[in-house]
Design a protein around this ligand. Sequence first.
Ligand code: DHK
Length: 148
Amino acid sequence: MTGRLLIVHGPNLNLLGTREPEIYGSDTLEDVNELCRKTASERGLEVQTVQSNHEGELVDAIQAARGNADGIVINPAAYTHTSVAIADALAAVGLPIVEVHLSNVHAREPFRKHSYVSALASAVIAGAGITGYRFAVEHLAELINSRR
Ligand code: DHK
């Protein structure tokens, strides 16, 4: 393995598969993590995954990526639209970031259109469902492997 990605899942994503499946799909969080692991390992990368419903725990996990990861895939979920703390943590670690949303946040309620994270992201993927995580891992793998 030649690099490591941190995959960060925000609040309520532990309920994937049963939570509003018409919006978020029927795959579980473990399905998402398995897709990330498979996509990453095909490109010589390892993944570490974290999910929390607590803002501070997400901040801690992002801070811990400094020196331990080469890139971050993050779906901050509801914190996308509210959390300066998570955005500041992402800026502080200085790693390439891909922001993922399962749903097309731009086609939903107006408050979902604003993201504190997007300005820090190398790429933003919304509306592709679980496949968005594959795209995110592929993008980071290309970035990381092109720097070697
Ligand atoms: C997930 C959530 O939980 C929402 O709060 C966001 C995002 C959208 C998603 O589409 O993955 O607004």
